[in-house]
Design a protein around this ligand. Structure first.
Ligand SMILES: *Cc1c(COP(=O)(O)O)cnc(C)c1O
Length: 374
């Protein structure tokens, strides 16, 4: 089974994005205005302003994907050959490739085993004289401890790329996710909580970083753009984001509590006062040894057979060869996350309780089968 995006937007029954009359109206408005064929216009201008406002007035810059946004962030910070960039041993695969694509070296550091995110301590263990930046993702409902990471980064002259691709609208220690970095990154990919089918954005604090990114993208036209047509569908979703995030969060909390009695699932736990998480995926660590040694893949298959659409997590980077990266420490929690993460994809978190109860019933059934057999 492949990585965390098995539920691709191409799957029938993927259930995302939901039918939405306001999006239909926005597409009709783009059509009626004639702007849908243009590169820049009212829709991209309005979206840029809305994203800046939502993130406390930083510069926003639209682009073609979250993956490209991470690469542009690195370029905007003038990171290149000879530089090191720290990232988690367990993260979205494109982040590793973005570092390689600017010629820098990825440095892997470990995650907090309870919330799938980096910590200031693990980042500190990866610093060297060559460290220029750290990519911090708020993954799977986890919230990275940004105040501590921010003080460390400032004291060591290291830039932060705050990857909020999985967590638009999350509150991280009192501030919107994406605003703790020199550059923040958003994705509007087809499976993401805000979707334009594809697309991304950067939130940029310093004007000179924005300028460098604009110059890099300018090839007679913006070479990595988000189009007017894509921009038209995002504002209606931004208006609904907070309410949907709240519903997903309530349902995630409900599922975490209902699943707590199952000894083979280790739930997400953010540090107290971390903030308000957002759920693109709801994760657990699957402890095979507590379910008669059943493999994770067999567990996921059994859950799916019971109607619970469980996926597996990212592969992570802990097995990448030393020729491609530097590994700081043993990365044991990242390796475990890569081997043991199971996930529910977000569309289920907007569904009625009965659909969530199917997941709990499936767990009970698989548990019964396994213990009966043991
Ligand atoms: C999806 C994702 C990205 C990349 O976004 P795309 O728009 O799919 O390229 C980057 N980081 C994280 C954590 C993601 O989940």
């Amino acid at each position: 089974m492949a990585e965390a995006d098995q539920h691709t937007p191409n799957d029938p029954g993927f259930g995302w994005p939901p039918a939405d009359e306001e999006i239909h109206a926005a597409l009709e408005a783009a059509y009626a205005s004639g702007d849908w064929g243009r590169y820049h216009g009212a829709f991209t201008t309005a979206l840029t302003a809305r994203l800046a406002e939502m993130h406390g007035g930083e510069h926003a810059f639209l682009c073609s994907s979250g993956t490209v946004a991470v690469e542009l962030a690195l370029r905007g910070l003038k990171i290149g050959a000879g530089d090191e960039v720290i990232l988690a041993g367990y993260d979205f695969s494109g982040n590793f490739r973005a570092i390689e694509s600017v010629g820098a070296t990825p440095v892997l550091v470990d995650i907090n085993p309870h919330n799938w995110c980096l910590t200031a301590e693990t980042i500190e263990g990866g610093l060297s004289d060559r460290t220029r930046a750290v990519i911090v993702s708020h993954l799977h409902g986890g919230i990275a401890p940004m105040p501590a990471i921010h003080s460390l980064a400032v004291s060591r002259g290291v830039s932060i790329i705050d990857d909020a691709c999985q967590s638009p609208g999350a509150v991280v220690a009192g501030r919107p996710a994406g605003t703790w970095g020199d550059v923040g990154v958003l994705s509007f990919g087809g499976s993401k909580l805000l979707t334009a089918g594809r697309g991304g954005a950067l939130l940029i604090q310093r004007a000179e970083v924005l300028q460098r990114i604009k110059v890099y993208c300018e090839r007679g036209n913006h070479a990595f753009p988000l189009s007017e047509l894509q921009a038209a569908v995002l504002p209606p979703q931004i208006e609904k984001l907070a309410a949907r995030n709240r519903k997903r969060r309530d349902n995630a909390q409900w599922l975490i509590e209902q699943c707590r009695p199952f000894p083979f699932l280790c739930p997400l736990e953010n540090p107290p006062d971390a903030g308000e998480p957002v759920f693109y995926k709801l994760p657990w660590l699957f402890e095979s040894e507590r379910l008669g040694g059943l493999s994770r893949e067999a567990f996921v298959t059994a859950m799916r057979a019971e109607g619970a659409p469980l996926d597996v997590g990212f592969h992570g980077f802990t097995r990448r060869p030393a020729s491609r990266c530097r590994k700081a420490g043993k990365l044991e929690h990242s390796a475990r996350a890569a081997k043991a993460t199971v996930l529910l994809h977000h569309p289920i978190l907007l569904r009625p309780r009965e659909d969530l109860e199917v997941v709990v019933a499936a767990l009970a059934s698989v548990h019964r089968d396994q213990t009966g057999r043991a």
